[in-house]
Design a protein around this ligand. Structure first.
Ligand SMILES: CC(C)(COP(=O)(O)OP(=O)(O)OC[C@H]1O[C@@H](n2cnc3c(N)ncnc32)[C@H](O)[C@@H]1OP(=O)(O)O)[C@@H](O)C(=O)NCCC(=O)NCCS
Length: 149
């Protein structure tokens, strides 16, 4: 585990680093900075970052779906920081949040590429189960496995 690691809600000052993480991994397909500014305003408790001083190591973004579901829209860890338990820590943070009795969300949902073995293994380890695969879920040729906690 990284020293000085903090899990906290994202701030506007983090957005350039979050956008840079997106660009590094997804190039032009990454989420734009405007989405992060909006998410921080709209879902502050579900836009969370793992940081060290002056460095963002990764983030998780979730947003309400229908009924009592919360969708994980993104989980992304800096390439240099992968394999050190940080992705698991961010998901655990969200699980702890929905496990509180007063919380309105009772389930987590997400979609993941069926070829993304690292992410699928992480979610299964955290207690998610596979629901179904939906072809073209995120557009033509973008098949996705739906998972649920
Ligand atoms: C998927 C991702 C978020 C994992 O984050 P991470 O911080 O490296 O994962 P962790 O170190 O917390 O790993 C937790 C568990 O996930 C699984 N896992 C993580 N990386 C894995 C890999 N490359 N291969 C197989 N299993 C892996 C393991 O079960 C691991 O537990 P273990 O270390 O006890 O074996 C990270 O690789 C990433 O950012 N990938 C690019 C973006 C992405 O695919 N996001 C998910 C979109 S839905």
């Amino acid at each position: 585990m990284q020293p000085d690691l903090t899990i906290r809600p994202a701030r506007a000052a983090d957005v350039p680093l979050l956008e840079a993480l997106e660009r590094e991994t997804y190039a032009l397909e990454g989420y734009p900075s405007a989405l992060f500014y909006q998410a921080i305003a709209q879902w502050p408790e579900f836009t969370i970052v793992a940081t060290q001083p002056h460095r963002v190591l990764g983030y998780l973004l979730a947003a309400p779906g229908t009924d009592n579901e919360l969708w994980i829209m993104s989980l992304l860890i800096d390439q240099q920081a992968r394999g050190q338990g940080i992705g698991a820590l961010l998901v655990k943070h969200l699980i702890n949040h929905i496990s509180q009795p007063a919380n309105q969300f009772k389930h987590l949902k997400l979609s993941v590429s069926p070829t993304n073995q690292a992410a699928i293994a992480l979610y299964q380890k955290m207690g998610f189960s596979n629901e179904c695969q939906i072809d073209n879920f995120l557009g033509p040729g973008e098949h996705r496995l739906l998972m649920r906690y």
